[in-house]
Design a protein. Structure first.
Lengths: 241, 219
């Protein structure tokens, strides 16, 4: 589903990704962990085509994302992305937030778009908030709204960029539950996360990033139980698992 | 020796109509200056927000129009236009200067609006598959407009009043008409009060509807 070969990414002089090879098959949930600045979020931006790359290749669903003749807008329609900041559109109701992209990007009729939106909002448990504005929602609810908004485009895979980092601790659970629900439904996902418990429980595999490279990648029991890399051991000893 | 009063005649109802007609000319030149100037200003603001290089170069040019007093710009342009082969009447010359002046102010307001939306929000919009223009139309425009609408209303009201300066080119708008009547009637206080009332009558609906619109948005 997502195949990355020898990916290099630089911001000016600073090399953020130094040769990433990664293959995420359909239906897999991959968690990406690592300290800040290790290039985790940049990887997601490159997969989504929000950041240009300098070398290598990213193939998503048989399309070379960074090829010059690729229509990024249509690539992105197949890829849902949820950010650390939920970025709900403040001028639209919850229902309109979700219906906007199906209407203008997928060109659904207004009625169809609203139906899709309502379905996805029920899916993430916001069925009772349809006519409210985002400002009336909690951070956790706004993040679930962002998930519903991405799902409404019927993506083939989902990218989560530290989706719970900006949330109050008591709201983290409801968002993780929603992501877990998607995992159970077989959605292909890459989750950049600081929630080790979540990574351990939900992921099929976990990748540990260190200084722009995948230092170690394995099934969660192996990676958390018997870490080989000394950087990973050090990282795990610092975070709560 | 004749009394001075024979040179002057009192204020009458026709003069009020004359002022009303002049007020319409003020409205006319302001309407076009604000409409066209805002339209151009929005695109200039977009250009300012795109790159640092454009922000510095274009920004410096726009600063000239914001810093030099409007009255000087009017006189300079009106007198230099014929040199480059432009034959303009006072209305045309005044309108062009007002458009440039308005767009220089609106450009900065628009840039503020675009910055208020912020990159993370726009990235989220793009990640949903929206094109550059869809992002501008459906996300940046509505959110940014709400953020800077009061500032834009301030610019519009300013231009409405500053249009009085076009009078020095000989365009008979509200202020010029008042001056003509003052010379004839010698009733400066009365006429300036009426002219002030006309300016207020032109401005008040704008600020009234602007406030109503803001209230509706904040609901």
């Amino acid at each position: 589903m997502i195949k990355i070969t020898n990916l290099h990414k630089q911001y000016g002089e600073l090399e953020v990704l130094k040769g990433i090879d990664l293959d995420v098959p359909k239906g897999e949930v991959l968690s990406v962990i690592g300290s800040s600045g290790s290039g985790k979020s940049t990887l997601l931006y490159c997969i989504n085509g929000l950041e240009p790359i300098q070398k290598g290749q990213i193939i998503v669903d048989d399309i070379d994302v960074h090829a010059s003749d690729t229509n990024l807008n249509s690539v992105r329609q197949n890829m849902g992305m949820v950010f650390q900041q939920w970025n709900s559109f403040p001028h639209l109701t919850v229902l309109e937030n979700v219906a906007l992209a199906p209407k203008i990007v997928s060109k659904l009729s207004k009625k169809e778009a609203l139906e899709v939106a309502e379905k996805q909002l029920l899916h993430v448990g916001l069925g009772d908030k349809l006519t409210q504005y985002p400002s009336a929602l909690s951070g956790g609810q706004q993040q679930r709204l962002a998930i519903a908004r991405a799902l409404a485009m019927e993506p083939k895979c989902m990218l989560f960029d530290e989706a719970t980092s900006a949330l109050d601790p008591e709201l983290v659970g409801e968002v993780l539950d929603t992501i877990r629900l998607l995992a159970d439904e077989g959605m292909t996902m890459i989750c950049v996360t600081h929630e080790m418990g979540f990574a351990r429980e939900v992921s099929d595999r976990v990748a540990f990033f260190h200084e722009g490279k995948i230092e170690e990648i394995n099934q969660p029991e192996e990676l958390f139980g018997s870490a080989k890399s000394k950087y990973l051991q050090k990282f795990l000893s610092k975070v709560k698992t | 020796m004749e009394s001075a009063s024979t040179y002057f005649s009192g204020f009458n109802i026709n003069d009020l109509l004359y002022l009303g007609e002049a007020a319409l000319r003020t409205l006319w030149i302001s309407f076009w200056a604000i409409s066209i100037g805002s339209f151009i200003g929005i695109f200039l603001g977009l250009a300012l927000s795109i790159s640092r290089v454009i922000a510095y170069t274009l920004g410096a040019v726009l600063d000239v129009f914001r810093s030099v007093p409007l009255i000087i710009q009017l006189v300079l342009f009106f007198n230099f236009a014929p040199i480059i082969g432009l034959r303009l009447n006072p209305f045309e010359a005044g309108l062009i200067v007002l458009i440039v002046y308005t767009s220089a102010y609106v450009a900065n307001v628009a840039r503020g609006g675009i910055e208020a939306v912020g990159d993370p929000m726009r990235r989220a919009a793009r990640s949903l598959g929206m094109t550059y223009w869809q992002d501008l139309r459906y996300v940046v425009w509505p959110i940014g407009l709400r953020a800077v609408f009061p500032a834009w209303v301030g610019v519009a009201l300013g231009v409405l009043k500053d249009s009085a300066l076009v009078s020095i080119l000989g365009y008979i708008e509200l202020l010029k008409a008042s001056q003509i009547l003052m010379t004839r009637t010698q009733e400066a206080i009365l006429i300036l009060s009426i002219a002030g009332a006309f300016y207020f009558a032109l401005s008040y609906p704008i600020s009234y509807y602007a406030t109503r619109l803001e209230q509706r948005w904040s609901e």
